[in-house]
Design a binder for this molecule. Structure first.
Ligand SMILES: [Zn+2]
Length: 95
């Protein structure tokens, strides 16, 4: 891409409100271009939830203690492509 092409692109972008991060920092599905929805799938998970029973017999949740024993996979939420290679970056950007 030449310099003049770049300046043309910049003019186009001023019309939209997007572009907060450089595109290199965002995870984009190489299959379908989706950069919005993603799935995290954990294998072999033990879900342990601690409940307290009150005097009236009702319960309230105290703790959610989950253990992942298997692999954690990362998928595109749109086409289902395996994006596990981006999972580390996903965790770094998760707030
Ligand atoms: Zn996709």
């Amino acid at each position: 891409m030449s310099y003049s092409d770049t300046s043309k692109l910049k003019k186009k972008k001023t019309r939209s409100k997007v572009v907060t991060f450089p595109s290199t920092q965002r995870i984009t599905c190489p299959e379908c271009g989706n950069s919005k929805e993603f799935l995290e799938v954990s294998d072999g998970v033990i879900l342990t939830t601690r409940f307290n029973q009150h005097s009236d017999g009702s319960f309230s949740q105290e703790l959610d203690d989950s253990q992942v024993l298997g692999q954690v996979k990362f998928y595109c939420g749109d086409c289902g492509a395996d994006l596990t290679q981006f999972h580390k970056r996903f965790l770094e950007m998760l707030f």
